[in-house]
Ligand binder design. Structure first.
Ligand code: BG6
Length: 468
């Protein structure tokens, strides 16, 4: 499969990367390590600068120390010298997100860098802040003309935002309108980091390059599809963020539906970003709304025991830490095939997988199951049946297996964020969610959210295998 631009081309044009909310968890855990990786592989432009913007007052050295201490890298993973040189490209700008003067200072800083480099550089703005702040930041960025490219032919301006994109259909629309008035679609990169997982990208490669599967990939041969995203961990200090959000918004509206889209979409005419995103959006737009009268049958919500005692969580919280939703796609290919979306925190193990159950022959119980193992132990497995050696004609299930770790040990060498940031540099939007996809996801999820509190909350023990 090919992408719209050469995947190996290294972005060379000087670039300034502004991170709003650099003192937050995401920057130290994912963003900075990803940039450091790219830097150590010489995949960043020679001239690049990272400007962290946050509320907390900090001197330059203090800022570097702060990031250094929180940096999520293994001891010895990078040469100390590389880390030091990388940190030389970082600086800090303190300011309140709603203070126009802070944006004016930031603009001066960007201009200074451009003058020093003698070039109009690319500008990338990353919003690593709570979504309630998006609108204000975007508007102030535009007002201070920070988002206007400094030249016509060189120096793009792009904005990178994290999910959740809105809270429901109405707020997502609103955010979209704001984005639409300030930026062109090709400037906006909406992160759903699941799309950057190699094992997820492989779903399309697997489905559409192995011609044996496509004729079976429909309601005639497939009985049901089960998508699971189970996590062993609970809140781990994220209670205050999670409690107003809940599992459906946290992973249902985005990661889970993206997995559904990849496993169910039609074959795109080509593998260009736009075409792939359109096909993903098309199938998501065909998800059938679950009516109130069948809500209890098709939706289950749960909460693990002890959740309400987690720091940051309300003692009377009814937020779901688990859900199971039975979705249906209204298309000739999928009519009548249930797609189960199931996710929980505090489950027995961390495991993300998609099981595709094939129909059995009449009277037979021998069911073939194709599993896309997303993580951990990434790979693909097919359960098929062989004759048990010896007399008689008994059969037993056996796996036909492909495992990345056994055959492609380079899998872990590129992180989700590394891939995403590099693609923003290249202007490739394949691995980013489009506005159509987001709107269709909310159209399906919002009616469920609106009625969720009418459903009983099933309490489950930490370490549960399933929630009944
Ligand atoms: C994030 C959610 O988007 O995805 C987290 O906010 C969740 O709650 C995480 O734990 C799962 O991502 P991964 O890559 O660890 O499977």
């Amino acid at each position: 499969m090919t992408s719209s631009t050469n995947p190996n081309s290294i972005p060379l044009h000087p670039t300034i990367f502004v991170i709003f909310g650099i003192t937050g968890d995401l920057a130290a855990r994912k963003l900075i390590p990803a940039l450091l990786h790219l830097y150590s592989k010489k995949m960043l432009p020679q001239r690049f600068s990272i400007i962290g913007f946050s509320r907390r007052p900090m001197a330059r050295d203090e800022f570097r120390e702060y990031i250094r201490e929180r940096l999520n890298v293994r001891p010895g993973q990078f040469k100390e010298e590389d880390i030091k040189h990388f940190f030389d490209h970082m600086s800090y700008e303190q300011g309140l997100f709603d203070d126009p003067r802070a944006y004016a200072r930031l603009a001066d800083k960007l201009n200074d860098i451009d003058s020093r480099w003698g070039q109009c550089s690319n500008k990338l703005f990353h919003l690593s802040v709570p979504p309630t702040l998006y609108e204000g930041i975007l508007e102030r960025l535009a007002q201070s003309r920070l988002t206007a490219p400094c030249a016509d032919d060189t120096g793009w301006t792009r904005v990178l935002i994290e999910k959740p994109f809105g809270n429901d259909t109405a707020t997502a629309h609103r955010l979209d309108r704001v984005l639409g008035t300030l930026f062109k679609e090709e400037q906006i990169f909406r992160i759903d980091h699941y799309l950057a997982k190699e094992s997820l990208q492989n779903i399309l490669a697997f489905r559409f390059t192995n011609s044996m599967f496509e004729p079976l990939w429909n309601r005639d041969s497939i009985e049901k599809v089960h998508i699971r995203l189970f996590e062993k961990k609970g809140m781990e200090g994220r209670g205050a963020f999670y409690d107003p959000v809940g599992a459906l918004r946290d992973v249902g509206q985005n990661h889970m539906l993206m997995m559904l889209a990849l496993v169910s979409m039609d074959k795109p005419k080509n593998f260009k970003a736009d075409t792939i995103r359109k096909e993903r959006a098309k199938v998501l737009s065909k998800l059938l709304k679950i009516p109130l009268r069948t809500m209890e049958k098709f939706v289950v919500r749960g909460q693990y025991e002890g959740y309400t005692s987690e720091p940051g969580v309300s003692a009377t919280s009814s937020t779901e830490t688990y859900f199971r939703v039975q979705a249906s796609i209204n298309s000739p290919r999928w009519k009548g095939v249930p797609f189960y979306l199931e996710s929980g925190k505090g489950m027995v193990e961390s495991k993300t997988a998609i099981d595709v159950y094939f129909k059995t022959n009449k009277g037979s119980t021998h069911q073939n199951i194709l599993t896309f193992r997303i993580q951990p132990d990434e790979g693909i497995k097919i359960r098929f049946f062989v004759k048990t050696p010896g007399q008689g004609f008994e059969v037993e299930p056996k796996p036909l297996k492909f495992s990345y770790s056994e055959t492609m040990p380079t899998l872990g060498s590129t992180t989700d964020y590394e891939r995403l940031i590099f693609d923003v540099f290249r202007g490739d939007q394949t691995l980013f969610a489009s506005t159509e996809e987001i709107m269709s996801s909310w159209k399906f999820i919002t009616p469920i959210l609106e009625n969720l509190n009418k459903l009983p909350i099933k309490k489950y023990e930490r370490g549960a295998q399933e929630v009944e």
